[in-house]
Design a protein around this ligand. Structure first.
Ligand SMILES: Nc1nc2c(c(=O)[nH]1)N[C@H]1C(S)=C(S)[C@@H](COP(=O)(O)OP(=O)(O)OC[C@H]3O[C@@H](n4cnc5c(=O)[nH]c(N)nc54)[C@H](O)[C@@H]3O)O[C@H]1N2
Ligand SMILES: Nc1nc2c(c(=O)[nH]1)N[C@H]1C(S)=C(S)[C@@H](COP(=O)(O)OP(=O)(O)OC[C@H]3O[C@@H](n4cnc5c(=O)[nH]c(N)nc54)[C@H](O)[C@@H]3O)O[C@H]1N2
Ligand code: SF4
Ligand SMILES: [Mo]
Length: 731
């Protein structure tokens, strides 16, 4: 029986792994684990399916090399050493021909040791890590660093008197936060939910603001205006610790409640009520989720959200937003060796010239400020400084501004989760892409298009140390529960091992001194006086309030920057504002005549993590089909019944999902799920496991003009669509 910590979702449950002869039998809840979540670990269907997942017949167990055409489904098993030699050889050749920036790598949400992918890239010479950071965590973390000088952790809300959820639904997405909310509610804390849909959290809320999709920045400016007009803010904190209040007052003149009401579709009274409730019930904790990050005004809304928190005195207080600071282990940034990539190469990062908030120059500014105050930055460089992914796929296709000829996909499934599937597909099939390697567990639609598929090790097959949990206030470590190689049965390689082995083949041996991940983690834990073996599994970090009184804030001015010096230096508006989403009824009324509904996508599903788990039968049976929520009024007008399948169509394409009537949102909204493919359908083209059947990213837009102008966040929550009745998928 081995203690472990689950990494299959954001609950990070402490578990006990039953292991016999190196094989996992089952995962059991650990009654001694100190952090509870909701729903409780006991009911988790993924936990129960652990052995089914690990030893699934669809699991890739040995390296595969394509022998037919790309996507034809013809594979040959090869030895690890041959696969790595061949890939390294090709990378060397392409680097000679086109420069190191010709290599890119798509990554996904935090699933593994991404700092070693970054290390390999920085040593190889390419700045082109791509992935989800422009829409997942990147905007939140860059803006927090810029405005308040260090990302505060949001889940300490169990001490709060008021919780404000902004486009986030912890009941499905963040089980630790969900638990904290339930506890806070029991204590009588107030709950305010900003979400176009009446989610489970919204139905428990004291105030629910069904905001029009993409208009959160206006709403937040309206709330700030109420707080300021009614003098509900913390005057001492504003006087001493906020920079640019007068400029903010000027900006607020543009946002009278009448205008905010018109933009957001919410009554002035409701906005007032929410603002008063928030300001009068401190300490309050706000949490911004994907409803904000996946929008055209993402950075503006996040900026406004920090202003609201700050002027109400909620930064770095218990029950508000505590800045935990560096955890004391060797920072992931140091593991990345980001300073080994020459500045001239950083400057070549795709999209950095247009979307400058995710550029090297921004990082240098943020790092200088944060390191001055905290000694070290907390977030990994690649979270904040990453190529603009949709632009990178376009680069593969066009060769502009330079040839991107080699791509790795690691812990991501871009054919399903990346915006604009057709662009991703065109790029992955392009003859310009001379090498495509996928590190995976399963043959996903992305893996089906690879030249090489490298079998990765799951979290159960590797050790880990983690210090950025939703709870934010603890560090945990675990050893591997089962081996990643079982002779005669499988040969998986940990992501660390893959990057190290390639690095050694490409002249980086001096920079990979640790042979195993265990050695790396021992090195990282050393400043705390532990090794992986001696670490007490989980350490709760003490929460210290108002550290700024001694050290100031980690910003240019040492204060919370209501007016941002970083945005200003980059040539952007230093204050938040509302931007009309280009593809929305307001932004494109002509298109809205043909496509009258607003499509929001990506509502989280409790049973699944993005595109994962669809092949695991005991999980899939709980949730077999993709569900699109349609208001019954709208459905009736379109001749659609509950349970029908419908086409969801934007000007980029159409896919089918199954209707669930949902009357707790505006009838103009269509809410589709993301992450859908059908592992049971044929892998070879044209099906690619049904990657074009129900995958909503066939319908989303990668037009750079539709992306947030500062960070390049892409619009996953506003698109114009129409719907019509369809046959079920598979018929
Ligand atoms: N339309 C729409 N699209 C969205 C979203 C949305 O709301 N709407 N949400 C977006 C967001 S926020 C995110 S973060 C992304 C997520 O996008 P992805 O991260 O691409 O999503 P996953 O389906 O989790 O893909 C991860 C893949 O990596 C594999 N994997 C898991 N762990 C490991 C590991 O340790 N090592 C390796 N090598 N592989 C591993 C899994 O088998 C899986 O196939 O999706 C985005 N896409
Ligand atoms: N089970 C499970 N858990 C997950 C994941 C998963 O796939 N499965 N994914 C993980 C990842 S990587 C992420 S990023 C998080 C995301 O988790 P959250 O940030 O909670 O995001 P979502 O549930 O995608 O969306 C939250 C809400 O945004 C609303 N929304 C849509 N458009 C708008 C808008 O314009 N404004 C506002 N205010 N709200 C809007 C939707 O109705 C939805 O209820 O979840 C994580 N947790
Ligand atoms: S999948 Fe999530 S809820 Fe289930 S055991 Fe793992 S961390 Fe906990
Ligand atoms: Mo995400």
């Amino acid at each position: 029986m081995k203690p472990t910590v689950c990494f299959w979702c954001k609950a990070e449950c402490g578990l006990l792994a039953h292991v016999k002869d190196g094989l996992l039998l089952e995962l059991e809840e650990d009654p001694e684990w100190p952090i509870e979540c909701y729903p409780p670990t006991a009911g988790c269907v993924r936990r129960k399916a652990a052995a089914e997942y690990l030893y699934h017949p669809g699991r890739v167990n040995y390296p595969l090399k394509r022998v037919g055409e790309r996507g034809e489904g013809k594979w040959q098993r090869i030895e690890w050493s041959d696969a790595l030699d061949e890939i390294a050889g090709k990378l060397d050749e392409l680097r000679d021909l086109y420069g190191a920036e010709t290599l890119g790598a798509s990554g996904g949400t935090a699933r593994t040791h991404d700092e070693y992918r970054a290390r390999f890239f920085n040593l190889f010479g390419s700045p082109n890590l791509l992935g989800q950071e422009r829409i997942c965590f990147g905007p939140r973390s860059v803006m927090a660093d810029a405005i308040v000088g260090m990302f505060p952790n949001y889940a300490l809300s169990k001490d709060s008197n008021c919780l404000l959820l902004l486009g986030a639904e912890p009941m499905t997405a963040r089980p630790m936060v969900a638990k904290a909310i339930l506890e806070a509610k029991k204590r009588g804390a107030k709950l305010i939910v900003v979400d176009p849909a009446r989610t489970r959290s919204a139905s428990m809320a004291d105030v629910w603001l069904p905001v029009r999709p993409g208009t959160d920045s206006a709403l937040l400016l309206g709330m700030i205006r109420v707080v300021v007009d009614e003098e509900l803010y913390d005057k001492d904190f504003v006087d001493q610790w906020c920079y640019g209040f007068d400029d903010l007052l000027e900006r607020l003149k543009e946002y009278p409640l009448s205008r905010v009401s018109e933009i957001t579709g919410l009554s002035p009274e409701l906005i007032q009520e929410a603002a008063r409730l928030y300001a009068n019930n401190g300490p309050a904790c706000a949490m911004a989720g994907e409803g904000l990050e996946h929008s055209y005004s993402s950075t503006q809304a996040i900026h406004a959200r920090w202003i609201l928190s700050a002027i109400c005195g909620n930064i770095d207080v218990k029950g508000g937003e505590i800045q935990m600071g560096p955890p004391g282990i060797v920072p992931t940034r140091d593991m990345e060796l980001w300073d080994r990539l020459p500045e001239s190469q950083w400057k070549k990062m795709i999209g950095a010239d247009r979307f400058r908030l995710s550029s090297y120059d921004t990082q240098i500014m943020l790092m200088r400020n944060i390191t001055r105050v905290w000694g070290a930055p907390v977030n990994e460089m690649f979270h904040q400084c990453q190529s603009h992914t949709p632009s990178a796929y376009r680069t593969i296709i066009t060769g502009e501004p330079y040839p991107l000829t080699a791509l790795f996909t690691s812990h991501s499934n871009p054919m399903v989760t990346e915006i604009a599937t057709k662009s991703v597909y065109e790029a992955l099939k392009s003859p310009n892409l001379q090498l495509y390697v996928v590190n995976e567990f399963f043959m996903t639609p992305s893996a089906e298009l690879a030249d090489y598929v490298l079998p990765a090790a799951t979290w159960l097959e590797r050790p880990d140390v983690w210090s950025f949990s939703d709870y934010g206030s603890y560090i945990w470590a675990r050893e591997a529960a089962v081996p990643h190689i079982v002779p005669g049965r499988y040969e998986h390689l940990r992501d660390y091992g893959i990057w190290r082995e390639l690095g050694i083949r490409l002249g980086q041996e001096a920079d990979w001194p640790w042979e195993t991940l265990e050695e790396v983690l021992d090195y990282r834990l050393a400043p705390l006086g532990y090794t992986l073996k001696t670490f007490p599994r989980v350490i709760l970090r003490p929460v210290v309030e108002k550290k700024y009184e001694k050290q100031g804030f980690g910003t240019t001015t040492g204060k919370v920057e209501l007016r941002s010096t970083v945005l200003e230096a980059l040539g952007y508006d230093p204050l938040p504002k509302y931007l009309v989403p280009p593809e929305s009824p307001q932004g494109d009324p002509e298109l809205a005549k043909e496509y009258p509904y607003t499509l929001i996508t990506g509502r989280r599903i409790l049973y699944y993590y993005h595109a994962e788990w669809r092949q695991v039968e005991s999980v899939r049976k709980h949730y077999p089909d993709p569900i699109v929520r349609v208001h019954p009024e709208t459905a009736r007008a379109e001749g659609i019944a509950d349970g029908d399948w419908i086409w969801i169509e934007t000007k980029r394409g159409r896919v089918r999902q199954k209707v669930q009537f949902f009357d707790k949102m505006d009838p103009q909204i269509i809410s589709a799920e993301h992450g859908w493919w059908y592992p049971e359908m044929p892998g070879p083209e044209p099906s690619l496991h049904g990657a074009f059947e129900s995958n909503i990213n066939v319908c989303t837009s990668d037009d750079p003009d539709h992306c947030n102008p500062e960070m390049g966040s892409y619009p996953l929550r506003t698109a114009l669509c129409r719907i019509s009745k369809a046959e079920p998928v598979g018929v």
